[in-house]
Design a protein around this ligand. Sequence first.
Ligand SMILES: [Zn+2]
Length: 466
Amino acid sequence: MKFALATSLLLLAATSPSFGVESVDWIVTAKWVVTMDARHRVIENGAVAIKGSAIAGVDTQAEIARRFNARNRLDRPNSAVIPGLINTHTHAAMSLLRGIADDMNLQDWLEKFIFPAEARNVDAEFVRWGTRLAALEMLLSGTTTFCDMYYFEEVVGEVAKEAGIRGVLGETIIGFPAPDAKTTADALSRTEAFLKQYAADPLVTPAVAPHAIYTNSDETLRATRALATRYAKPLVIHLSETRRENEEAMAKRGASPTRALDALGLFTGGPVVAAHGVWLDAADIAILAERHVGVAHCPASNMKLASGVAPVSKLLAAGVAVGLGTDGPAGSNNDFNLLEEMDLAGKLAKVTENDPRALPARTLLEMATIDGARVLGLDKQTGSLETGKVADLVQIDLGEPHTTPLYDIYSTLAYAAKASDVRNVMVHGRLVVRNRAALTLNRQAILAKAAEYRAKISASLKTTPR
Ligand SMILES: [Zn+2]
């Protein structure tokens, strides 16, 4: 009996076409598989095999077919598969304030619109729906990881998990009363609870997020560093976004924000994500390189608020990891579109350096993928298509007039592809967008709720003017 069973199993195995073939969950095929690995492999007629949450193989379609058998497939002959895009700086829930006030100076914008609108409207539910709206937009446009700084980040964490998007999330620590913390002590203890809650989550990396040098005391800044070090999590901070921030630091401390923060020890003890880095001099850049501080470059925000131009080419030449961020989107962008951000970063660098060779297309895609992962300290897990990394990937259609013809895949992706070309998106091995539709979030409910908030927020500004 035993012998007969073994014999028939052997016979079955020998005659089955899948003998010796590994079973996987997904095979995704495309005309171009753009790996963004260290060798910059671009595989024509390529495929990616995915098992569970991880990439099981990246190769030609023929080789993947020989090695793997998949339960599910995404075959799009005229598409590119790229690593999921990484947005290194957001305030996601502010999506509900998108376009509330544009084209005014920062102080008026903050004092007449953002601060009162936030004071009267921001609570946990606002953050829940605002983050859902942002996550919907990010996933549909190919973003699989975002680094956020706002309030009620535990709610942002819940939404990230519900949406199936990867997040590095930090509760804003700021030296005045905030919607979810009356004092910085409250904000610090909220942060510590958050660090514990998400200590080992596959999607959410908790971070410590002091707003900036000019909005926190030295004591608070040191406390944030101590927390980030104790829990071995990233520290996220705005750095030299405006000329005024630098002038104030020079007047008050006799040092640039970078030198002052370094003297306080903020850059030592773990990964740091510095947002903007517009007003940096050579000495600042040397410090950021030495301390391995990553920079979130936000070209649309810097242009729209007339903040200035970050010295990205100099940062890259010094070996600083630079990713792309959208910031905002209340009035500083006003969307979460990383394909557009690549295009803007390239053109901004070229026109300000008076050199069309500045930030070439492949560099821009690196900033949006593997270098963004380096900035967030996630480059061992994500940012490129490599066996063993988590399956965060995007399939982009290339059959539109604006992507035809195609001579160079990096050029098409950086300068011509649109967010609306994103067809399928997978995060951590889970398909979250299929045929341009979100599978994890209720689009209709989110858009309806955003319209409700728009009415409520407008009324709150009109009935109680400051
Ligand atoms: Zn910001």
